[in-house]
Write a protein of this length. Sequence first.
Length: 92
Amino acid sequence: MASRRKLKKTIQFVCTELITDVYFRLLINKNIEEKTVEALVVKIVNTSREFTLRSNRPGGKQNPASVKSYYRNLYKAWNEKIAEIIKETESI
């Protein structure tokens, strides 16, 4: 990512879209339990919060290589977590 601001906006956008998708599935399919949907939405919100907070705290600000590595690992972990949430959403 080019900046923390863009990273945070991307995290918020994707999580918002996932929440919208979950509620849309609930509206279309009445057989889905609301507890399942609520648990998934809470997981999405917690993931969004976790990664937004983690994006604020890069370690080793004096070493640009470590900061770059930190954000690469953060983005990779975020993509893995989002992929996991998407699989859960599709299984509803």
